[in-house]
Design a protein around this ligand. Structure first.
Ligand code: PLP
Length: 441
């Protein structure tokens, strides 16, 4: 009997014992192709010798130094490497241990910034429906995943939510992509005017929506309009790249492709590539300067900020993603993945949409393509697809509630960037067989 408090109390999970490249092996020797990098984490695959060597080397030098007393070379070098590739005006890196911590730090920094610049009346956040920003109370409070929020609603930081930029379901017939993008971005202005723009701290969004909606990118021009609105009302723009950042979409930061400049951006997952738990909140020089000129310290902190071993691992990962060319490989293999998905599912009667960027792709399932009607939630398409895929030796990331938290099913694919064409073909083949088994049942 296990004493681990797992995610579910029912059923027993296989025991993972070993990883190698795109495969994970369980204690029975069964191989699973890691088609979603867990949850968009394992961008380098498993057992990467460079990252492991960097961790060993750092452990031999220094395992830990508390950031209340000392900084460390791995933290300094990692921050330099991130800033060298960060969006314009982003200048400082706050190193934490995961995605939710990065988002919490972003929310608190945004609030403190408003205090430092003499705008204490700014107390609200605006985010989008069908977003996910993490599971801690602040991050969950801003997130727009309704079923995740509901039980905790009475005890959370509250935010208001506008529509996502979700072209497949939101763009009306005859409306151009650009016009659709402006229309949904303008919901931000309407919401600001409704609640009083002088009361809002920040707008928070994922450049490509991950877990909740299944790799949904914005249409061209959407984020530029969002930026204009934020600037008009003195509201900060926080981009959450915890899932879509670090090369996942084919550029190091996803927002590069939207031509938009965030004030704060959060990263995690691919930053440590699974070798260490690490995340980061990056902010503009202007925000840092306000803290420096004001109270002189960010009223936040955790014991494991800037953990030297985690930073050494992340520096090795970032070096491989940038100088090592793996972000470029994500773009290239992502194109191959898109084509393979199109060839296999492009005409499938139950696949309504194939979307995403780079090695970050989603398929939305429908009962009928023409009307885009979703499956009855009682059919549990996503849950059954996850089980069927595991049975077939494939780890992928299906989820239900795609449309509104209740209706709709999708699968998210986020394979390691090191995947070969054969391995991508294997992924698509196993996904197809798993889907066929679910639909036949
Ligand atoms: N933000 C986004 C966009 C995410 O996808 C996630 C996790 O899936 C988080 C934040 C939370 O990250 P973590 O699970 O590392 O706390």
């Amino acid at each position: 009997m296990s004493h681990v408090f797992g995610r579910h109390t029912k059923g027993q999970l296989p025991v993972a014992v070993r990883g190698d490249g795109v495969y994970i092996y369980d204690s029975n020797g069964k191989a699973y192709l890691d088609g979603s990098g867990g949850a968009a984490v394992s961008c380098l695959g498993h057992n990467d010798s460079d990252v492991i060597a960097a961790i060993h080397a750092q452990l031999r030098e220094l395992e830990f130094a508390h950031t209340g007393f000392l900084t460390s070379q791995p933290a300094e070098s990692l921050a330099d490497a991130l800033i060298a590739h960060a969006p314009e005006e982003i200048d400082r890196v706050y190193l934490v241990s995961g995605g939710s911590e990065a988002v919490e730090a972003a929310l608190k920094l945004a609030r403190q910034y408003m205090l430092e610049i003499g705008q204490p009346q700014r107390t609200r956040f605006i985010a989008r429906r069908q977003s996910y920003h993490g599971n801690t109370l602040g991050a969950l409070g801003t997130g727009g995943n309704m079923w995740r929020r509901e039980p905790f609603d009475p005890v959370m930081v509250s935010a208001s939510h506008i529509a996502p930029c979700y072209e497949y379901r939101g763009r009306t017939e005859g409306e151009s992509r650009e016009a659709y993008g402006q229309r949904v971005a303008d919901e931000l202005e309407a919401e600001l005017l409704r609640v009083g723009p002088e009361t809002v701290i920040a707008f928070l969004a994922e450049p490509v929506v991950g877990a909740t909606a299944g790799a949904v990118p914005a249409v061209p021009g959407y984020f530029r309009r969002v930026r204009e609105i934020c600037d008009k009302y003195g509201v900060l723009l926080i981009l959450d790249e915890v899932m879509c950042g670090m090369g996942r979409t084919g550029t190091f930061f996803a927002c590069e492709q939207d031509g938009v400049r965030p004030d704060i951006v959060t990263i995690a997952k691919g930053l440590g590539a699974g070798y260490q738990p690490i995340g980061a909140m990056l902010c503009s020089a202007e925000i840092y300067a306000a803290i420096e000129a004001g109270s002189g310290f960010f009223q936040h902190g955790h014991t494991y900020l800037g953990h030297p071993v985690a930073c050494a691992a992340a520096l090795a990962v970032v070096t491989k993603l940038t100088e090592g060319g793996l972000t470029g490989r994500s773009a290239e293999m992502g194109q191959y993945l898109a084509e393979a998905l199109e060839a296999e599912f492009g005409q499938h009667p139950n696949v309504g949409d194939i979307r995403g960027k780079g090695m970050f792709r989603g398929l939305e399932f429908v009962a009928e393509r023409e009307s885009k009607a979703p499956f009855d939630p009682g059919r549990r398409v996503a849950a059954r697809l996850k089980a069927a895929a595991m049975e077939n030796g494939l780890i992928c990331y299906p989820m239900n509630g795609t449309i509104d938290g209740q209706q709709g099913d999708h699968v998210l694919l986020a394979p390691p960037f090191v995947s070969t064409r054969d391995q991508i073909d294997e992924l698509v083949g196993k996904l197809s067989a798993s889907l066929a088994a679910v639909l036949a049942g």
